[in-house]
Ligand binder design. Structure first.
Ligand SMILES: [Zn+2]
Length: 698
């Protein structure tokens, strides 16, 4: 829970407003278009444009021959029009001359093949030539524009690790770096590594660090410790490269903030390792509205990511760096955003802590792979389009939100979502591939709070639990050092923890805990021994039967799917049992009173219905603060940002029908339209209202 009572500084002191704009590629367009771009930006209420992200070949058409005239003009034009540049370093896409002269810049595939020139992100993290060329162009950009009035901040490269599954480089330089990283991690002692990786298995023992290769399709991929360390190393490499880029920028422009745009809970990069590297967290969000079946679930998924990216810096506002004003061209079905959805989905980000709405892209590219990717300005070239109208309308709303800038979200609940745990669950052989679903499980638990309008942080195992009242620990398969002790202290001191099946199974090296699960001392905290797990098939029927008089006060039965842990209550009180099969009657839900707190163990995977009811009851018992007191209609949620003096309440309807929301006793101010709102609020389909009230103390 964040306790700061005043507001955070704006993203940049130059612009204490909500930022609105997006990726702007004047380098793709003739100069005649630029003045029209400026006029249209004003008409759309845009004030911050990301410039130069893939412009290296325009900035340095030949090695050492720089052409900044066009960017000088664009920076000046932005300043003349009261707009700012989020100026990029261009490393994500490289000019042909660079790869032709220095082939080592291209990355090597897992099969050992050097990739050809082309595409984005296709570079080796180690290549000295590439690093030197990046420093050269970054130095010139920082020296030339460091004091330009339009410079707002640095946009370092683009979506590090993007394209494919993070696509690491397997060249000899990167492999040697990996071995050095392992030497450091294991105190240069190969036997420490052999034990951690359990290399007695299949005669996998290493005699020296020199014998180790990155895991891949042509070599070792059965040693999970190796796989896990390679994933950790991939994040280490990317961060090292970011530091390489920013060292130049920080030296020349120490007062200008740096960020790099993250992606949707992107599996290959542990963003918690990045949290202290970037000055501001930013991310690119592309939910699939209307085309993946359920907009409410889609919104809850987007909200999970927003909560994660806000939590990375303990509540500090983040940047939505990319979003699409209309349609994402690489989706399986490219359905248009329905009327209202653009404003709603953008304000969802703001409601969860973003101080920006930025787009990819400003003007739709004329050719190549992104020519049909949604843009503010379409190929028709003018502002008389539905999408431009939606963007301009949002621009008018954002101008009313100066008071929201720098406010934060307060959460009494934390949902734990941990990258190394995710990597280990995905690498393991067990449970059945489709049944693991670590991310989906974490999102399901998070969604229960989102629908109730209760603030949630999404944290990992490095974050302290003390400030929270409820810690939700879905599939905590891996216990990193100190985590079990942290949970024990949290519960003993009066916290409520909810842990599920498949928790406390392995240590940080993916070595199984011996002596009964959950390991690490959590068996006594939860008062259960988790003996074995039954993965059931789709047609199998299993039920959770709640015990009479259980302390949740819930009754009846719920369906169970996929995973059922067979547990023994060792001091815990049984609150529910299995209804079917040879383990009918055995505990499926328990609670252990431990110290001053409670430790719940949910032994089976249920549907959303049980999680909603479970957390609804726990929220009431704990008196967790809801944004609005009344029960929210299906598909409507309410989120709150606050600075301790004023609460800003966002009420959002993710259904295609009108919804009525009970506002209780409070009279709110309507932040956008002015006037007061009380009693019952009517929201149209995909409608949103932004209300304010004097802060209510938690
Ligand atoms: Zn490499």
């Amino acid at each position: 829970m964040h306790t700061q009572s005043d507001r955070y500084p704006p993203i940049s002191p130059k612009c204490p407003h909500m930022l609105h704009g997006g990726d702007y590629n004047p380098d793709q367009w003739p100069t005649e278009v630029w003045a029209e771009d400026m006029r249209l930006m004003k008409a759309a209420g845009c004030n911050a444009m990301s410039v130069g992200i893939f412009a290296w070949s325009r900035l340095e058409p030949q090695e050492g021959q720089y052409e900044f005239g066009w960017l000088d003009r664009i920076m000046d034009m932005l300043a003349e029009n009261d707009a700012f540049a989020i100026l990029a370093t261009p490393s994500a896409a490289r000019p042909a001359w660079l790869d032709a002269r220095y082939p080592e810049c291209c990355k090597v595939t897992a099969e050992g093949q050097r990739r050809d020139h082309g595409m984005r992100h296709n570079f080796c993290w180690s290549s000295p030539a590439f690093r030197e060329k990046v420093t050269a162009i970054n130095t010139r950009l920082a020296e030339r524009y460091g004091t330009h009035p339009a410079l707002l901040m640095w946009h370092v490269s683009n979506e590090y690790g993007g394209e494919g599954s993070g696509a690491p480089c397997y060249c000899e330089l990167c492999q040697a770096w990996f071995r050095d990283w392992l030497r450091d991690r294991y105190d240069n002692d190969i036997e420490t590594l052999n034990h951690a990786w359990w290399t007695a298995f299949w005669s996998s023992r290493y005699e020296s660090f020199d014998q180790i290769d990155a895991p891949g399709p042509l070599g070792e991929r059965a040693i999970h410790g190796l796989t896990l360390d390679w994933k950790r190393f991939n994040t280490h490499q990317a961060i090292d490269f970011y530091r390489h880029e920013t060292s130049t920028l920080k030296r020349i422009t120490p007062d200008v903030s740096c960020t790099t745009n993250f992606m949707w809970a992107f599996e290959p990069q542990d963003y918690w390792q990045w949290a202290n590297e970037v000055d501001i967290v930013s991310w690119d969000g592309y939910p699939g509205w209307h085309c993946r079946g359920d907009d409410v679930r889609e919104a809850a998924g987007a909200a999970f990511n927003h909560d994660l990216f806000r939590s990375l810096k303990a509540g500090r506002p983040f940047m939505l760096m990319e979003s699409v004003p209309s349609v994402t061209s690489w989706f399986p079905v490219c359905k248009l955003k329905r009327p209202g959805m653009h404003k709603l989905s953008s304000l969802l980000a703001i409601a969860h802590g973003s101080d920006t709405v930025q787009y990819f892209q400003w003007r739709k590219s004329r050719g190549a792979t992104e020519k049909f990717f949604g843009a503010v300005v379409d190929h028709v070239g003018h502002e008389d389009t539905r999408v431009f109208g939606d963007v301009a309308e949002l621009g008018r709303v954002l101008k009313k939100l100066d008071g929201v800038v720098g406010t934060t979200v307060r959460s009494e609940v934390a949902v734990l979502f941990d990258w190394p745990t995710r990597w280990a669950v995905s690498a393991m052989s067990g449970l059945g591939h489709r049944h693991r679903n670590y991310l989906g499980t974490c999102m399901q638990h998070h969604a229960a709070f989102w629908t109730m309008g209760i603030g949630v942080d999404v944290i990992d195992q490095t974050v302290a639990l003390d400030e929270y009242r409820l810690a939700v620990l879905p599939m905590l398969y891996m216990l990193r050092p100190g985590m079990a002790e942290k949970i024990e202290r949290f519960v003993a001191d009066g916290g409520t923890a909810v842990m599920t099946y498949w928790s406390g199974i392995v240590d940080e090296h993916d070595l199984c805990h011996l002596g009964g699960w959950p390991g690490g001392g959590l068996r006594k905290v939860f008062g259960v021994w988790d003996e074995e797990t039954d993965a059931i098939c789709e047609d199998d029927v299993q039920r959770l039967v709640l015990s009479e008089g259980n302390e949740l006060g819930l009754a009846g039965e719920y369906e169970i799917h996929q995973l059922c842990a067979l547990i023994h209550a060792e001091g815990a009180t049984v609150a529910g049992t299995y209804g079917e099969d040879f383990y009918a009657g055995r505990p499926a839900l328990t609670v252990n009173h431990y110290g001053d707190g409670k430790a719940w163990y949910v032994a089976a995977r249920t549907g959303q219905d049980f999680l909603d009811d479970l957390y609804g009851r726990l929220a009431s018992d704990l008196g967790l603060r809801r944004t609005l007191d009344a029960t929210l209609p299906q598909g409507v949620t309410a989120r709150m940002r606050t600075n301790g003096e004023t609460d800003y309440v966002f009420v959002m309807n993710f259904t295609d029908a009108v919804a009525g929301v009970d506002l209780g006793e409070t009279t709110f101010a309507d932040v956008v339209n002015g006037g007061e709102v009380a009693g019952r609020l009517a929201l149209p389909a995909y409608g949103v209202a932004i209300l304010s009230r004097p802060a209510v103390e938690a």
